[in-house]
Design a protein around this ligand. Structure first.
Ligand code: UD1
Length: 421
């Protein structure tokens, strides 16, 4: 297993570009199952979750051709409509094949994704709405077994905002009979991107980006070409890498409006941020103040940037209260930050970070989940001495060569195969 070694303490400077968004690319690739034929996706990031998606699509009889960041997916009628445990357990987002397979072929058997480090992550908000659209769904031997000769539109009110649930039901509803209205729908940019692509495929969707989405079912969809939106979480992580090292970093190929919540909090903290049409620059800053954050569905502060922001707050002047509202167990980075000398107390879903610039020192740390890994890399950049981040396969699930991008900004960061150090 690879490790990442960081020699911290260097201010990062320069320009770096974000890749395509993981959380947009995954549902987009699964949406291809709604229409047989050749789909083309551009700006697909190179990361492990995309490899897992490719594996599942191939298992479902798709042919895939990758050229650089372009993905050509040729969808053929699958011989088997099963998403097996071995693939699904590696990536929870595999559940996103359920809606498309059921809507297109009237049947699907998808493994239950199982537990997850950051919380229980149930799929009831995927299953119940599909039942409401007329599907018969049983859970047997660890699989969701769904059937429906034809889904029928209905009004779905999500009891909780769910990104994946909104995506799955929106995809299923494109081929349902009649109109489906999703209330309390997620408003994330990735939902909007998926809706744009589905519309290119012939779907009739209105209201994406608001909390009410209405979908008028059509008889069939056709393949299309689509460019994946930039990754707002990667953009935020790169901005924080500049901020936490007192550096000057310009992040290009991003949509500033999509990370407005982060930009607002960084400005409140004292950072000077400049924005253009598709870039954000954070300028060197010697001292910044602690600010509080509460994670919330978009346009609130994203849970996927909570861990990285906590790293930044360990270096702030004052005390920051960080409240995680989306997942019940998303503070595993706290224990690792403590090993690096941070001063944090945590009780349930609230972490109190007592900031102190320069207090972090390099240590051996363990990545526990995707965004926690990014937090530890950022802490390592700010720490004195050497930080070794273990279990970085988590990082590779969702970041497109993060260490190379940080090297480009002057970071002393290297990947080593275990055993080679
Ligand atoms: C997506 C993102 C993930 C991000 C999360 C929240 C992808 C591939 N992943 O995950 O990076 O952290 O949104 O912004 O896009 N819930 C239920 N029942 C369900 C589904 C969800 O109770 O059936 C709960 C979850 O436990 C969680 C909350 O709803 O507490 C939000 O989860 P959800 O928005 O569904 O997250 P994902 O789509 O899995």
């Amino acid at each position: 297993m690879d490790v990442i070694i960081i020699n911290g303490g260097r201010a990062l400077a320069g320009t770096v570009a974000t890749s395509g968004a993981k959380n947009a690319a995954l549902p987009l690739l699964f949406s291809s199952l709604l229409a047989e034929g050749e789909h083309i996706y551009r700006n697909v990031p190179r990361l492990k979750d995309i490899d897992s998606t490719e594996l599942l699509l191939r298992h479902l009889n798709c042919k895939i051709q990758r050229t650089g960041n372009q993905f050509k997916v040729s969808v053929n009628r699958p011989d088997s409509l099963v998403a097996p445990y071995d693939i699904v357990r590696k990536m929870r987002a595999s559940i996103l094949c359920l809606g498309p397979l059921l809507a297109r072929y009237g049947k699907a058997k998808v493994s239950l994704p199982g537990g997850c480090a950051i919380g229980s992550r149930p799929i009831n908000l995927h299953i119940e709405p599909l039942r409401q659209l007329g599907a018969t769904i049983d859970i047997e031997n660890g699989y969701v077994i769904a059937q429906a000769s034809k889904l029928v539109g209905d009004k779905i009110v999500f009891e909780k905002v769910t990104v994946g649930g909104t995506e799955n039901i929106m995809m299923a509803a494109t081929l349902a009979r009649g109109i489906t209205v999703l209330e309390n729908a997620a408003m994330e940019p990735e939902i909007v991107d998926l809706a744009h692509c589905l519309k290119k495929m012939g779907a009739r969707i209105e209201g994406e980006g608001s909390s009410v989405i209405s979908i008028k079912g059509v008889d069939e969809l056709h393949p299309c070409e689509h460019r994946v939106i930039p990754d707002r979480i990667e953009a935020g992580t790169l901005l924080i890498s500049g901020a936490i090292t007192g550096g000057d970093v310009r992040v290009e190929n991003c949509v500033p409006a999509d990370i407005q919540a982060l930009i607002t909090k960084m400005r409140e903290s004292g950072f000077d941020l400049e924005t253009g049409q598709d870039w954000v620059r954070v300028k060197a800053c010697d001292e910044w103040a602690a600010v509080d954050i509460d994670t919330a569905p978009h346009p609130g502060f994203p849970t996927d940037l909570q861990a990285q922001f906590m790293a930044l707050m360990t270096q702030a002047r004052g005390t920051s209260v960080i409240t995680e509202q989306i997942f019940e167990n998303r503070f595993m980075h706290v224990q690792e930050l403590l090993r690096m000398g941070a001063n944090i107390t945590q009780k349930s879903q609230v972490a109190i970070v007592h900031g102190n610039r320069g207090e972090l020192s390099g240590a051996q740390v363990m990545a526990t989940d995707l965004r926690a890994s990014a937090c530890l890399v950022l802490a390592g950049l700010a720490a004195t001495g050497e930080t070794v981040v273990n279990r970085i396969y988590h990082l590779d699930r969702g970041y497109d060569h993060l260490e190379k991008k940080l090297q480009q900004l002057g970071a002393r960061i290297e990947r080593h195969a275990e055993g080679s150090i």
